[in-house]
Design a protein around this ligand. Sequence first.
Ligand code: DLZ
Ligand code: SF4
Length: 518
Amino acid sequence: VRHLRLVLGDQLHPRLATLTDLDPDADTVLIVEVMDEATYVRHHKQKLVLVFSAMRHFAAELRERGIRVDYVELEDPDNTGSFTGEVARALDRHTPDRIVVTEPGEWRVEAMMRDWEEAFGLPVEIRDDTRFLCPRPVFARWAEGREALRMETFYRAMRKRTGFLMEGRDPVGGQWNFDHDNRRRLPAGHAVPERRRFAPDAVTREVMALVARRFPDHFGDLDGFEWPVTRTEALAALRHFLDDCLPEFGDYQDAMRSGTPFLYHGLIAPALNLGLLDAEEVCRAAEDRWRDGAAPLNAVEGFIRQILGWREYVRGLYWARMPDYPETNALEATRDLPWFYWSGKTAMACLAECVRDTRAHAHAHHIQRLMVLGNFALLAGIAPRQVEEWFLVVYADAYEWVELPNVHGMALWADGGLLGSKPYAASGAYIDRMSDYCRSCTYDVKAKSGETACPYNYLYWNFLITHEERLGRNPRMAMPYRTLAKMAPARRSEVLADSARFLDGLSASEGEPGGQRA
Ligand code: DLZ
Ligand code: SF4
């Protein structure tokens, strides 16, 4: 039998399920650059470069292993622009008996694949994605009958299932979670490590020219692309993180500092989500550092929780709840996304800095995403679909399976508490505690009201007032609501007036007053 084995752009792993039983004499691997995938959202230029360059390198590596690869480039004159169209054309070229794929990352693509058997009249085998540590059916069984799907419960089950950081049935160190050690701010003058980045090679430079030519209007800087695009580079990036960053990753994982976007973060999510690395090897490598005494438990546990816990959990939740998951809008948020999410032109220094980092690197770390960009969208009541699209566009590691639960559930609480027990709303004080952004801001983080007050401050109370009915009885919100109950009526009115003035000044389009507040 002859198999046509389709490998998608985020499935670039040498031991991908699609490839395990490949017969080099009979089978063909199909890899296709298609316009539909490049434009279903208008991805950041660096994300396009990353995906196309990694795909081209992966094809070359397969060929070196003696595997026949049929690679369709974006500008091939006959390219139909879609997965379905390219599979149809490849069937004519190779006349296989069967199509083999690995389940895709996005529901949208799986829906396409489910039609292929009928459309093409031959068997389509969709295999489990073994790069993940929790198979979809295992998550579904765990989720069954639970009202709330809490990450912490899932994470403990995953620790037991995989044995990571376990001593028999117990967590090493006697504790599942060391997060309370992980909230330190970065001391002024504290030197952070030089980060290893990867200069574009000839293949990447060619793809950069392609992206400049074909996607000139997409968001983001193209120059400055420095992401790993091969497994060898991704392994080097991982080793550098383990050697130079992991020991202090735990302490400073929530800290932010102007001009230093990478700090101690792994910077491996783009490679991991493409398949250049896999979850198991990354967790194993981090655990080994703890066992060797090279990194403390709070750092290693915090890192492993992100991957074995959070990453597997959001993926499980995505598949358990699609396609309805994005339909909810629990806080009835309808405002348009302010233009400064694209331009970075806002007088709020924290937001301006996070947008600048995002534009320059297609990257921002989790606290920048959640507590600055996400928190603002939550407080300002931006429509979830617009925020979700923004996050999917701008980050090199973003695919819907990971973006949607993080934004819809975690950042915006649009699922009404399925994922998070309370909204992650915070005032300017949180940003001031964890960063140096406020020092260079024209707003005053200590001021609570008036034109010069930090907008996060009054928007925070405005948020609590607006959603009192929905959130007031939430036990995890009891503290702020007790404070709100004691708020004088005059102060309440001030909060509402400041917020109305500020929100009315936001604009969703370039060039309008408020669109480029600077
Ligand atoms: C993100 C992306 C882009 C930009 N381009 C391609 C492509 O041309 N060909 C391809 O196979 N995959 C691409 N991808 C990744 C897919 O969008 C991804 O596989 C699906 O979203 C499922 O996760
Ligand atoms: Fe952001 Fe407010 Fe601080 Fe300005 S004062 S940087 S708006 S938190």
